[in-house]
Design a protein around this ligand. Structure first.
Ligand SMILES: Nc1ncnc2c1ncn2[C@@H]1O[C@H](COP(=O)(O)OP(=O)(O)OP(=O)(O)O)[C@@H](O)[C@H]1O
Ligand SMILES: [Mg+2]
Length: 247
């Protein structure tokens, strides 16, 4: 990885686990520390129409959590309307996803910033182009270490270890795992034992247990970040995360 292409590729054990929330929160917290960080969503499916334009709610949400020098369209170069795997949505909509164009866009943004957070689409094996090019290929081409966002409860050990094992089998580096929607007050035995099990089984550190953010909404007419930044600062080890890009 070249010096001017530092950052993280944020994936998750499934769709809807919290990649956008964690990406936006980390972005805001890192920028608050004075780091020139940026976040992009290279491929969005399930884009919504706003003022007759197809836009990514994920990219829009990054702007809510941090003051960004780009529009949400500039942070999301490829937007599909159908809320399906990108390969399927692209085929339905007669669009062709060009990995080259997406990598060019990433490079143009990444060279101008200290850290680039890249949000994947769905999980690590979500198909992007046909059945051969997946999110793992995009992450590999970008050369960024992964950050895996996982659920807290029963079933997450299996999902998280499968995601990590696949990434490792592809030679991808994993900087850490963040467990999202963790209920610190009411955690049962599964929730309390899962982080340790996941660390022992994957060899990857769990860098944070992020709780539910009151009033937060990524989707809809009136997205709200709530006190996301404060919770990320409180519950994620940013220092440990940053060590992964400084080494
Ligand atoms: N910590 C949290 N507190 C409150 N709500 C959350 C939190 N994490 C996620 N959510 C909610 O859960 C939903 C899914 O989260 P998010 O959009 O971040 O997932 P995702 O992994 O980015 O999904 P996709 O695969 O569609 O990009 C959203 O409606 C979001 O508002
Ligand atoms: Mg998202």
């Amino acid at each position: 990885m070249s010096l001017n292409k530092k950052g993280f590729f944020i994936t998750s054990t499934d769709t809807g686990v919290g990649k956008t929330v964690i990406t936006a929160g980390l972005l805001g917290a890192l920028r608050k520390r004075g780091l020139d960080a940026i976040a992009i969503k290279p491929i969005q499916s399930g884009g919504i129409r706003r003022q007759n334009q197809l836009v990514s709610e994920d990219a829009f949400f990054y702007g809510l959590a941090a003051d960004l020098p780009y529009t949400s369209q500039e942070l999301n170069p490829f937007c599909l309307e159908a809320a399906l795997a990108p390969a399927v949505a692209a085929e339905m909509e007669g669009r062709i996803i060009s990995l080259e164009a997406i990598l060019d866009h990433f490079e143009r943004i990444a060279v101008k910033h200290q850290l680039t957070l890249v949000e994947g689409a769905g999980g690590i094996l979500a198909p992007l182009i046909g059945t051969k090019v997946t999110v793992a290929d995009l992450a590999a081409q970008m050369g960024l270490p992964l950050l895996i966002v996982a659920r807290p409860g029963l079933g997450t050990v299996n999902h998280t270890c499968l995601t990590a094992a696949y990434a490792q089998s592809r030679g991808l580096k994993i900087a850490g795992i963040i467990i999202n929607m963790y209920d610190h007050q009411n955690a049962g035995t599964a929730e309390r034992t899962n982080p340790g099990l996941i660390e022992a089984m994957t060899g990857v550190p769990v860098l944070g247990l992020v709780p539910k953010v009151e009033g937060l909404a990524v989707e809809g007419e009136n997205p709200q970040a709530g006190d996301l930044l404060a919770l990320i600062e409180e519950h994620v080890s940013l220092d440990q995360l940053l060590q992964a890009v400084s080494s």
